[in-house]
Design a protein around this ligand. Sequence first.
Ligand SMILES: [Zn+2]
Ligand SMILES: [Zn+2]
Length: 424
Amino acid sequence: MTTGTVTGSADIADLYRDLHQHPELSFAETRTSGIVAARMRAAGFETTEGVGRTGVVGVLRNGPGPTVLLRADMDALPMEERTGLPYASRARGIDRDGNDVPVAHSCGHDVHVTCLIGAARALAQDRSWQGTVLVVFQPAEEFGQGAQAMVDDGLYDRFGRPEVVLGQHVAPFPAGHLAVRPGPAFAAADAVRVVLHGRGGHGSRPETTVDPVVMAAATVLRLQTIVSREIAGTDTAVVTVGALRAGTKENIIPEDAELLISIRTFEPEVRRRTLDAIERIVRAEATASGADRDPTITLLHGFPAVVNEPGAVARTRPAFEALVGPGRVFEPGPVTGSEDVGLLATAADAPCVFWLLGGADPAQFADARSAEAMMARVAELPSNHSPLFAPVIEPTLTTGVGALVAAARTWLHAEAGQLSKSRS
Ligand SMILES: [Zn+2]
Ligand SMILES: [Zn+2]
């Protein structure tokens, strides 16, 4: 691998393919953070590793002026990649339950890391700006814990408080396009684990048991009524039971059943109502089943919606339009996917601008002439977290590097010489 002063897109593409082939699970991003740290040091950043376990922070001071935070997340997912790409991942890792699992960059965080390294290097090489660039390579976004871990490890006390938090996420719309939405952009995400306690026994003698399988089945169905019957038609919520586990054999009624539930909302009031309703229904179904013990309900993680500060979006968007052309920057609908980048902004009491970076092959959109046709095509393509998710390398990486640089320069002060030059 090359390091140092090479800035060509070929070098960036090589870096991307390398990261893509070597994905690492949340809080296990040791190889990735080692590469990141070496690249940041080579670019001239004061670099600190091990912030929030596996996070990396780079600081580049260039005179008086604002501090601008640029963020990339580094972790991959416990799933098998089936893209068939020559650089597809065949990596494996150990998940948080201790299982040996395939690992893939199916959310595209390798794109984010590559683009931020490219942008940091570009900002270091052309210092016609004043202020401080703070680059944050965050672990464990997929757990919803990495941003908080870095804040808890003194991110802002040790490295300074930024005036703005900037970042991007790759998505399956045409590469060369950017999308940014003022207001709520990504949903709040909560993960809840429920254990329903029954009373086990022989499958032939249900009258001597409290069957947690039936309790779980009734609970899953009743949970579906939260969104359909308790949330207003004008509000948005998603309640997904992503895992349902109970039992080992057909003639044993088990002791317990476990549910893992994902909740997405945009408004704090809707979030509170949804979480309250889940607890109420779980407890009521246990009572209805005659359970001897109350169910165990655990919030595994929860983080708030990502809200893009409208004034900050208005300030940043023209830079994107100058980069890719005004027709290639659009305002998407709110995304029910979630991101913990918002925590970095709230912890710094700074505005957040978090945008989407097109990563799909533009050739797939050749006949999609209207915005509607484009969105219809987006819906057909593999999304993030699909085993087939495969961002095209270019123009995705060049656009992602450019967007980070352009956004950062919007918030940094123009260097005096540069300012007078541009005014003459
Ligand atoms: Zn993801
Ligand atoms: Zn992601």
